[in-house]
Ligand binder design. Sequence first.
Ligand SMILES: C[S@@+](CC[C@H](N)C(=O)[O-])C[C@H]1O[C@@H](n2cnc3c(N)ncnc32)[C@H](O)[C@@H]1O
Length: 209
Amino acid sequence: MKEYFRHLNKINEQHPFIKKMKESAINNNIPIINDEGLSLIFQLIKITRANYFLEIGTAIAYTAINVALYDENIIVDTIERDKKMYLNALENIKQLSLNDRINIYNHDALDLDIKVLNKKYDIIFIDAAKAQYQKFFEKYESLLSDRGLFVCDNLLFHGLVESDEEIKSRSLRSLVNKIRNFNSWLANNKKYQTVFLNIGDGMAVSIKK
Ligand SMILES: C[S@@+](CC[C@H](N)C(=O)[O-])C[C@H]1O[C@@H](n2cnc3c(N)ncnc32)[C@H](O)[C@@H]1O
């Protein structure tokens, strides 16, 4: 059934440059959002009539560029700490002349002074270091607009988060436990109403109560 829906959620018409970016990400083992997750984000942009989108974790700007091409009025701010990824993303953004609508910050999102962003976001998409999700959430929640949404990706972490099987590697076990703790924290967070979705690698959408 899941495969069947995944097929229906496939994004059929994509810009040739986007297709090239996707291929390059796959060939170079760069994790990017999948079609299902992107379909969800597109839908949320429409529902919220989003004008401002913040992404934590740019990688090669695959999501940032998709979002900017999806809605020509949207402004995307995106934060990437890795210099190489940042330069790659910057080049991709330039290739499509999207510099005026995608602002990329080469910074650790946990150190960035949020005053530089200076706006309220309709959607804040968290897709960076998985062990730090609660810190990202708490740091950036003051920038969420009143009717805004947090979207978090990879909450199932390749199925490991829901599995009962013993994970042998200590560091992996620790990471999986951190994601589990974040999921419980989010589910029990009284300020937000959250839905966890079996989409992509496990996504959550949270709205202020
Ligand atoms: C899964 S990739 C992002 C994919 C991207 N959102 C997309 O769908 O196209 C995660 C990225 O987050 C970056 N990252 C991890 N922790 C970060 C942090 N604390 N601040 C900024 N970037 C971070 C990593 O360097 C990596 O490029």
